[in-house]
Ligand binder design. Sequence first.
Ligand SMILES: [Zn+2]
Length: 296
Amino acid sequence: MENITFDSQLPTEARRKYILQNLLDRYKFVEKISLAKSLTGRDIYALQIGSKDNSILFTAAYHGMEWLTSLLLFRFVYDLCEKVEREKEYRYLIKKRGVTVVPCVNPDGVEISLVGPNAAGKYKSLVEKIGETESWQANARGVDINHNFNAAWENLHKREIKMNIIGPGRTRFGGKTPESEPETRAITNLCRNRYFEYALALHSQGEEIYWDYENKTPAVSKQMAGIMAEISGYKVSRPEGLAVGGGFKDWFIDEINRPAFTIEVGKGKNPLPISDLNPVYNKIKDVLFFLTKFKS
Ligand SMILES: [Zn+2]
């Protein structure tokens, strides 16, 4: 079986399918769980390693041109599986508390960013009209998934309108109602139906860790963010303006009442080049493994 070189090819749909099949063939204990279909019918799925009753959740690629985060989580799953195979400590760890990974929340957005409007199915003409698809962040009908979660959504919606963000676009339009998009519901349904001790969302870029939401934040979150910052050299930050509300981290803290974090990985201009994959992974991998071990 071929060893995957993660930075050798862009993570198009075909490449992601190839990586997924390689992973499932190699590590028989990994379970693939389909969560939902995207607007154009692409599979949104989770990879389950270990206990399903008690698990932690890692998610990536809410935003199309932040596709590097998807490769980061795939690479992490391989490394985790390797540890599970080789180290007794990890076999014990994942039996007690599993790891659930959703490597690509927004597969249409990623594909549009990588290959252009042809990836948008019946939304092709809308995407063509909006244009500049290399910097596409939204889903196939121009809704920004990380503005579509039901956390202070009305408030965010008003601020979007003030900034003249009133309809489908590449970025920052939160939809007509919260959870209007199948990609958003894939994640909210997963979180409502399962127990996750805490959750992580990867975005790019900025080398920052976000951990709080209004006065709802669990007490342990700040401590965890501090440890993650120390491990990675990333900065602990608070969101401002249009980054407040509507996002997954905020919604998870607000509704699930458990810690959730956003990590903005890497530094530079989105889309970060694929050559950044290994250096970025080397900076954050210990954070990901820290989370697999930490008891909140
Ligand atoms: Zn993002």
